[in-house]
Design a protein around this ligand. Structure first.
Ligand code: ZN
Length: 70
């Protein structure tokens, strides 16, 4: 996974899709056990660093950089 350095921390870059007025991606670290697939995280529009929506996992420490998939 690509990373970018923000404030001295390496943050993973996550590519997401715009759906309506939100950015959406399938989180590589969060799984919905009942549905046996990755959970989606939703953020407001705008690329850049965000606080992770994960309940746990490595992204919670760093957040992530959202980029729009072109
Ligand atoms: Zn997650």
């Amino acid at each position: 996974m690509a990373t970018e350095t923000h404030d001295g921390q390496d943050c993973p870059v996550i590519y997401c899709d715009q759906v309506g007025d939100q950015l959406v991606f399938d989180c590589p670290h969060c799984t919905d056990r009942r549905r046996r697939r990755h959970r989606k995280h939703y953020h407001g529009l705008g690329e850049g660093r965000r606080v992770a929506h994960c309940a746990e996992g490595p992204l919670c420490d760093t957040g992530y950089i959202l980029k729009l998939r072109k």
